[in-house]
Write a protein that binds this ligand. Structure first.
Ligand SMILES: NC(=O)c1ccc[n+]([C@@H]2O[C@H](COP(=O)([O-])OP(=O)(O)OC[C@H]3O[C@@H](n4cnc5c(N)ncnc54)[C@H](OP(=O)(O)O)[C@@H]3O)[C@@H](O)[C@H]2O)c1
Length: 254
C-alpha cells in the first residue's frame, strides 16, 4: 500500500473524534502527497476536525455523512466522483457502543430488537454500503486498502465472556461483510486489500465508561493505536485480503 509515487487519495469515515480523528491528524502529519477526505456526522462533535481543516486547508476536505442513511453514502460517492476517480485508502472508523437508553446488554433480559437494529445499522451495514458505492474508486491498478475498524469482541472463536450481544454480533456481521467484500473485490478490483482491524482498547469516548478494569499498559492512546494500525496498513500485501488483524499485526480468529 505504501509503494506508489502518485498522489494518494484517502477517505476516512467517522473522523469527528476518537480513532477516526486520530487517523486524519497522523496522516496529515506524516504522509506527503496525499489528498484527504474526512467525514463527520455532527459539526458540534467535530470541532477539532474543523480546526485541523483550517491548518491543512489544501490537503483536507470535510464532508458530512450520517452513515445510517444509504442515500447519503450514495451522494457522498457522487460528490467525490466530481473530484477524484481513484481512492487508495478508505478506513471506516465509525462505531457505536452506547448512548442514551442503549447500553451494552449484560443479559438476555436486556435484549431489545430496536437497539439491536441500531447496532447493526451503524456497526455492520454501513461498511457493506460503503463497499457498494465506493467500489468504482478502487478499479485502478495502484495498491489500495479498504478497511473497517472492527473489534476483537466480534470474534466468535475468542468469545469466552458473553454479554454485549448487539455490539459483539454487529462486529461479527461486519467481519463477515468484510470477508465477502474481499472475495468480490478480488474479482472486480484485484489490487484492493480488504481488512478488518482490531485497534485494542483505546482511550476514546467509546471506551471511557469501561476503562476501570483495564490495566494502564493495555489502554492505548489514540496516537499509539493509529500508529499501530497505519503500520499494519502500510505493510499489507494482496495475500492479506479478507483477514482480521489485531493492533500488533497478529491475525485474530473469526
Ligand atoms: N475505543 C476502543 O477501545 C475500541 C475498541 C475496539 C474497537 N473499537 C472500534 O473503533 C472504532 C472507532 O471507535 P472510537 O473509540 O474512536 O469511538 P468514538 O470516539 O465514540 O467515535 C465514534 C465515531 O463514530 C461516529 N459515528 C457514530 N455514529 C455515526 C453515524 N450514524 N454516522 C456517522 N458517524 C457516526 C462518531 O461521530 P459523532 O461525533 O457524530 O457521534 C465518531 O466520529 C469503532 O468502530 C469502535 O467500535 C474501539
Amino acid at each position: 500500500m505504501n509503494t506508489s509515487p502518485t498522489q494518494q487519495n484517502i477517505l476516512i469515515i467517522g473522523a469527528s473524534r476518537g480513532i477516526g480523528f486520530g487517523f486524519v491528524k497522523m496522516l496529515l502529519e506524516q504522509k506527503n502527497n496525499i489528498k484527504l477526505y474526512a467525514t463527520y456526522r455532527d459539526q458540534e462533535t467535530a470541532g477539532d476536525l474543523f480546526k485541523l481543516q483550517l491548518e491543512y486547508s489544501s490537503f483536507l476536505n470535510l464532508l458530512q455523512l450520517d452513515i445510517t442513511h444509504e442515500e447519503q453514502i450514495d451522494n457522498l460517492a457522487k460528490q467525490l466522483k466530481n473530484e477524484i476517480s481513484d481512492i487508495h485508502l478508505l478506513v471506516n472508523c465509525v462505531g457505536f457502543l452506547q448512548k442514551g437508553n442503549i447500553k451494552p446488554e449484560k443479559s438476555l433480559r436486556h435484549i431489545n430488537s430496536e437497539n439491536l437494529l441500531t447496532y447493526f445499522k451503524i456497526n455492520s451495514i454501513a461498511t457493506v454500503l460503503l463497499a457498494k458505492y465506493f467500489l468504482p474508486f478502487f478499479r485502478h491498478s495502484d495498491p489500495s486498502v479498504f478497511a473497517a475498524v472492527s473489534a476483537k469482541v466480534g470474534s466468535i472463536g475468542d468469545n469466552y465472556l458473553g454479554g454485549w450481544y448487539g455490539y459483539r454480533a454487529s462486529k461479527t456481521a461486519l467481519n463477515m461483510f468484510l470477508k465477502n467484500i474481499s472475495i468480490e473485490y478480488k474479482r472486480t478490483c484485484p489490487h484492493t486489500i480488504v481488512v478488518a482491524l482490531h485497534p485494542g482498547t483505546t482511550d476514546t469516548d467509546l471506551s471511557k465508561p469501561f476503562q476501570r478494569n483495564v490495566p494502564p499498559e493495555k489502554l492505548f492512546s489514540v496516537e499509539r493505536t493509529v500508529n499501530q494500525l497505519l503500520n499494519i496498513i502500510d505493510n499489507l500485501t494482496e495475500n492479506d485480503t479478507g483477514q482480521f488483524f489485531s493492533w500488533d499485526g497478529s491475525r485474530l480468529p473469526w
